[in-house]
Design a binder for this molecule. Structure first.
Ligand code: NDP
Length: 448
């Protein structure tokens, strides 16, 4: 879809020219600008005050060398990034991704999305993102530790509990956060909540590990309930088998759904009797092995090489929880043909624009990542609060707050879509609701 508003169309052209070779970033900006067309028509001051021009330009980009020594004594060099995108409503907040596909464009797209997601949570957090092209897969614990220490030695210059608070993302879980936190503390000689997703013995929050997956299911349940439906009795397909996918599986099952498929970057498993989550946790969280090992636990399940086929499995609810652009138009059509009722994004930007169009034009309830997976960062912000207060809330307290936040996000996205004449378009609703708070804060703070 092209932009009808002349000023926004020009801005989009400028973004493409100034950020060459970064298609993921262009895709993320294009989607947001499309949603904001009715907003700037109604409130042209967002254009005249330069809010839009500033919004698409990161406040700061740090790019650095990460040298480390592997187990054979060989020097390895990776690239590190931290993009501090927007601090209008709070300190920069957003995860770190360690994956070979990481380059500036990926971090920029994720940092841009994070601005609106963080705003939607209702909590005072700005948008940022970081990471490295380092691949933790197949590395020893010692190698991962040395890499994390080197990465943090550089990153510590720009982060801080009131400045920028990174968290985990793909390839960055409790182990990596622990190594980075240890190095930060050693270099700075201070014990502050500078990272979230920490272990429970050193300042982590209960329910943070579960938060993104749980929050995704709370959001999906809200969408379904608004239409008089629920997870009960639904067949659910979830892609990925990492942090988000595992805890989405747990919550969807608790809410009465039956999860029948999961995947990793090699292939997918289909277990029509319902996924045995203990087996998946053993394989993925303890042994760090491939999802095909699942057949050793459940011989009646099937394993198929390649990821895309997972969307041909008939289901009522689909939750893409692996990576960007994993669900394309053909996959969306297959889901629709099999009668899918709701799709909600656990991963960031997993559906292509063409796939979203297929869902929306066929009346499928569609929960975009910015809203549906915001439970992770919201709970990270709750971890920051507990760190500042020097206390720990119970699992139930954090989970209750998460649940309330997800209900609030759903309501805000739904109401914003309605206000601008796009009922049930949660993509537009989430972009608009997230934008308005940030834009008003930017306007109030002058040209900075
Ligand atoms: P993990 O590293 O724990 O798991 C990622 C999963 O996705 C793995 O199963 C991985 O398989 C699979 N995957 C990764 N890249 C690809 C690829 N190119 N093709 C197919 N599968 C792939 O990450 P998370 O679960 O934390 O993150 C998953 C998604 O959720 C990401 O988009 C992330 O940005 C998003 N997200 C995460 C949050 C969090 O709190 N963790 C918060 C909000 C969003 P393999 O092991 O084979 O690589």
């Amino acid at each position: 879809m092209s932009l009808k508003n002349k000023d926004l169309a020009e801005l989009m052209d400028k973004v493409v020219k100034r950020n060459p070779g970064e298609p993921e970033f262009h895709q993320a900006v294009q989607e947001v600008l499309e949603s904001l067309e009715p907003v700037v028509e109604k409130y042209p001051e967002y254009l005249t005050s330069g809010v839009m021009d500033r919004l698409v330009e990161p406040e700061r980009i740090l790019k650095f060398r990460v040298p480390w020594v592997d187990d054979n004594g060989k020097v390895q060099v990776n690239r590190g990034f931290r993009i501090q995108f927007n601090s209008a409503i709070g300190p920069y907040k957003g995860g770190l991704r360690f994956h070979p596909s990481v380059y500036e464009g990926i971090i920029k797209f994720l940092g841009f999305e994070q601005i609106f997601k963080n705003s939607l949570t209702g909590l005072p957090i700005g948008g940022g993102k970081g990471g490295s092209d380092f691949d933790p897969k197949g590395k020893s614990d010692g190698e991962v530790m040395r890499f994390c220490q080197s990465f943090m030695t550089e990153l510590q210059r720009v982060i801080g509990a009131d400045t920028d608070v990174p968290a985990g993302d793909i390839g960055v879980g409790g182990r990596e956060i622990g190594y980075m936190y240890g190095q930060y503390k050693r270099l700075r000689n201070e014990y502050t909540g500078v990272l979230t997703g920490k272990g429970l013995t050193y300042g982590g929050s209960l329910a943070r590990t579960e938060a993104t997956g749980y929050g995704l299911c709370y959001f999906t349940e809200e969408m379904l309930q608004d239409k008089g439906d629920s997870f009960k009795g639904k067949t659910v397909v979830i892609s990925g088998s990492g942090n988000v996918a595992i805890y989405a599986t747990q919550k969807a099952t608790q809410l009465g759904g039956k999860v029948v498929a999961l995947s990793d970057s090699n292939g997918y498993i289909h277990d029509p009797e319902g996924i045995d989550l203990d087996a998946v946790k053993q394989i993925k969280e303890v042994e760090r092995k491939r999802i095909k090992e699942y057949l050793n636990y459940r011989p009646n399940a099937t394993y198929t090489e390649g990821c895309k086929g997972i969307w041909t499995i008939p289901c009522d609810v689909a939750l893409p929880c692996a990576t960007q652009n994993e669900l394309d138009e053909a996959s969306a059509k297959a889901l629709v043909a099999n009668g899918v009722k709701a799709v909600a994004e656990g991963a960031n930007m997993p559906s292509t624009p063409e796939a979203i169009e297929v869902f929306q034009s066929n009346g499928v309830l569609f929960g975009p990542a910015k809203a549906a997976n915001a439970g992770g960062v919201a709970t990270s912000a709750l971890e920051m609060t507990q760190n500042s207060m020097r206390l720990s809330w119970t699992f139930e307290e954090v989970d209750q707050k998460l649940h309330d936040i997800m209900k609030g996000i759903y309501k805000n996205a739904r109401d914003a879509a309605k206000e601008f004449g796009m009922e049930d378009n949660f993509v537009a609703g989430a972009n608009i609701a997230g934008f308005l708070k940030v834009a008003d804060a930017m306007k109030a703070q002058g040209v900075v």
